[in-house]
Design a protein. Structure first.
Lengths: 295, 274
């Protein structure tokens, strides 16, 4: 028991109260409002039409019609591709930049810049790189004899183009977390393992990787949650198009609410995605608690 | 870590160098394109040869009211940062000092708020702000960003408060200080660096934010990120202007990386990496 006795604990509760109150007013209340909307037929373009109670019709539409399921598929596809590349490149890069060589600290710092850039700016600069006919990427691949690729204007390539931009921005995040973890590991097991004549790959797989596991799980969940929310880059590059080729869940909600003005359907879709993200959060906490116990 | 030979070191440098160059190309393009004459915009062969011009930056502030967008961004960013850090440091202190079996659940609950997709609450925010007449005002964004910042700030501050030795607070209590006095006379000054770091995080988040700014502002409270995006959609695409605006927007983030790198790890991974 610390010095905080029963009386002081009550006062400490008062310290906590402003946070909880603000969270309630600005997070819980809008969420309850969204829940209310999801059961109504609300057209924002025609605000004078009464908001009729429609039961589960909005949820039914979201869950049974094709577009939402399609957007879910796109979201998870994008998540799988970007996370795979971010972790493979990020962990590899972390192993390189934690070598004790002059200049590595500076390189590490420079590599962090992409993730501090506003996602809109990331979207815009990649739009510039992918730009149809004139873009830099097509110019460079033409130098090595590859035909120009319609990066953002074809259904075949648009998702890849978005994935590349996202991988560019967030690989540094994985590198940063992994590098920090690598530097906190004690060197003895490596020396012992190397003296025993194991190859570097074996040492990485059987000595380093198991020690990195809790950190990698944390990073993976943080990235997965962000990947689920991905919006800005897609909004700039393709607005969910061409057609619905890059329409993720966030873009689906956006289109329903602000293109078709069907707020009820948008709110229902929001709730379905909240439930999905809650499952992710629960998994995250379970793994956090597990690794906390292990520590 | 283990020692490596000169040959291996060379290999490490070559591989890291190539990756570094690839990662820096987009950043180079932002800067270079913001200084290129419009005629050279899409001619990679002109790179290194073009005559730099500040015309696009001049255009930003003369043909477009970009200074107002920056002022809007600053008002929103500073307002939400101040609000976040003040309220949140109280909450974090409580989470750090209360001894109760369920206090970690409360901390986790606050953390979980970070994970809700912003698009899910943008519709309610839009309707609520519309009904109370706050749409297209900086205040609306200050409210939204402060909420968005809560989990990050509380979690980060809790870590800093945890590091302040409780023995100091106990000594102060023996001297007859109440808990409120202890908080602002002893704990808060000792955790001041942490407070600064939190402030910078809130600053970068609000400065970079786009979705809420796009949805909740019109012409009068438009922030810099939304304005830059509007250069793309309005009339002819002005790449020079887009890139000049982008470069101005990315400056705070770059300064942050160069100055407080070690705090980045702690903040962005929410302390999951020690």
């Amino acid at each position: 028991m610390g010095y905080v006795n029963r009386r002081n604990r009550t006062i400490a509760g008062v310290f906590l109260l402003p946070t909880v109150a603000v969270l309630f007013l600005t997070t819980i209340y809008p969420m309850l409002y969204a829940l209310y909307l999801s059961f109504r037929n609300y057209d924002l373009a025609k605000p004078f039409i009464p908001r009729i109670f429609v039961g589960f019709a909005n949820f039914q539409e979201v869950l049974t019609s094709g577009p939402f399921m399609h957007s879910m598929l796109i979201t998870f596809k994008l998540m799988a591709v970007t996370l795979t590349f971010q972790f493979v490149i990020g962990v590899g890069l972390a192993l390189l930049v934690t070598q004790r060589l002059p200049g590595m600290a500076a390189i590490r710092t420079l590599l962090l810049i992409p993730m501090m850039i506003s996602p809109v700016i990331v979207g815009l600069v990649w739009l510039f790189i992918y730009f149809p006919e004139l873009g830099y990427l097509n110019y460079f691949i033409s130098l090595i004899g590859i035909n120009p690729v319609p990066w953002i204007t074809s259904t075949q390539w648009a998702l890849t183009a978005i994935a590349i931009a996202d991988i560019w921005q967030w690989t540094p995040f994985v590198m940063m977390g992994t590098a920090a973890a690598l530097q906190s590991l004690s060197p003895e097991p490596y020396e012992a393992a190397l003296i025993d004549g194991n190859s570097r790959i074996d040492v990485f797989l059987y000595v380093t990787l198991p020690q990195l596991k809790p950190v990698l799980i944390s990073l993976l969940f943080l990235r997965a949650i962000d990947a689920f929310k991905i919006y800005d880059i897609i909004f700039v590059l393709t607005k969910g198009g061409p057609g619905d080729a890059t329409e993720t869940i966030a873009l689906y909600i956006y289109r329903q609410s602000f293109t078709f003005w069907r707020m009820g359907v948008g709110a229902a879709a929001s709730f379905v995605s909240l439930i999905i993200i809650s499952v992710l959060i629960t998994l995250f906490f379970k793994s956090m608690q597990k690794s906390a116990v292990a520590r | 870590m283990n020692k490596i030979s000169t040959r291996q070191a060379t290999l490490v440098y070559i591989v890291t160098g190539i990756i570094l160059i690839i990662f820096m190309i987009p950043i180079y393009l932002i800067l270079a394109s913001s200084l290129k004459p419009s005629a050279d915009m899409f001619s990679p062969s002109a790179d290194g040869l073009f005559t730099p011009t500040l015309q696009h930056y001049v255009d930003l502030f003369t043909l477009r009211p970009f200074h107002w967008n920056i002022i809007n961004s600053l008002v929103v960013t500073l307002g939400s940062t101040l609000f976040s850090v003040t309220v949140r440091s109280l909450g974090a202190f409580a989470l750090s000092r209360i001894r109760h079996p369920r206090i970690n659940d409360a901390a986790f609950w606050i953390l979980s708020m970070r994970m809700f997709p912003p698009i899910a609450v943008v519709v309610p925010y839009y309707i609520i702000f519309k009904s109370v007449g706050l749409l297209d005002t900086p205040l609306a964004l200050i409210i939204v960003y402060s909420t968005a910042n809560i989990p990050l700030t509380v979690w980060l501050m809790k870590g800093f408060f945890d590091e302040v030795p409780e023995a100091l607070e106990e000594a102060a209590q023996v001297d007859g200080y109440g808990i409120v006095e202890i908080f602002y006379r002893i704990t808060l000054p000792l955790a001041a660096p942490g407070l600064a770091v939190c402030a910078v995080f809130c600053f970068i988040f609000s400065w970079n934010e786009f979705l809420f700014a796009l949805m909740l502002t019109g012409s009068s409270a438009q922030t810099a990120t939304v304005a830059v995006m509007s250069f793309w959609s309005s009339d002819a695409v002005q790449w020079g202007r887009i890139m000049a605006g982008s470069f101005i927007i990315l400056i705070p983030g770059v300064i942050f990386v160069l100055t407080c790198q070690k705090w980045l790890v702690k903040g962005l991974t929410l302390g999951s990496v020690k």
